[in-house]
Write a protein that binds this ligand. Structure first.
Ligand SMILES: [Zn+2]
Length: 171
């Protein structure tokens, strides 16, 4: 795997015409919209994209972006490590109108001008690949190492037995 930093902006048509492959890493912190959904901005995303022209003369972008991220477990509320992978199977179109005529096996990517914000495209796909409800396979493994005091939250609630006792006392 290459560790070359990714270009922020690319000209996807030019890259497709040349059949360029882009491989590299980006700091998660450079993907602010993704980071807002995570507990931690530390880490990297690895991107591997092949730009090409298919047999119908359509310019395409295919490949993957993967990252290790931390989200809040929806069962125990502790951070949970999740491997995410976005898959790209894109066809470049200049307008929505052109996009409608593309074969259905591609996802359309509208690029009106020459430039494409590579990070925004990668970020968008990674956000779509996040689990809707993240959770540990086994929360108890995580909590046994930390001092997660779950019983302290119960002290404000009335003890059901004392309620019963007072009901009986009223008779
Ligand atoms: Zn958990």
């Amino acid at each position: 795997m290459s560790n070359a930093p990714l270009p922020k902006k690319i000209d996807p048509r030019k890259l497709a015409d040349r059949g360029v492959r882009i491989e590299g890493d980006a700091e998660l912190a450079l993907l602010p919209n993704l980071v807002t959904m995570l507990t931690d901005s530390q880490g990297k995303v690895s991107v591997d994209l092949q730009f090409d022209i298919d047999e119908l003369r359509i310019r395409t972008i295919k490949g993957t972006a993967d990252a290790k991220v931390y989200m809040t477990c929806q069962r125990c509320l502790e951070p949970v490590e999740i491997d995410i992978e976005a898959k790209f199977n894109l066809a470049i179109a200049p307008t929505e109108e052109h996009a409608k005529n593309l074969p259905k096996y591609y996802d359309a990517l509208i690029v009106a001008g020459d430039d494409l914000e590579l990070f925004s495209m990668v970020e968008e796909e990674l956000i779509l690949s996040l689990p809707i409800v993240p959770y540990h396979n086994d929360c108890s493994v995580q909590t046994s190492f930390g001092d997660v005091a779950t019983t302290d939250n119960e002290t404000d609630k009335p003890n059901p037995f004392s309620v019963l006792a007072s009901l009986k006392a009223d008779k």
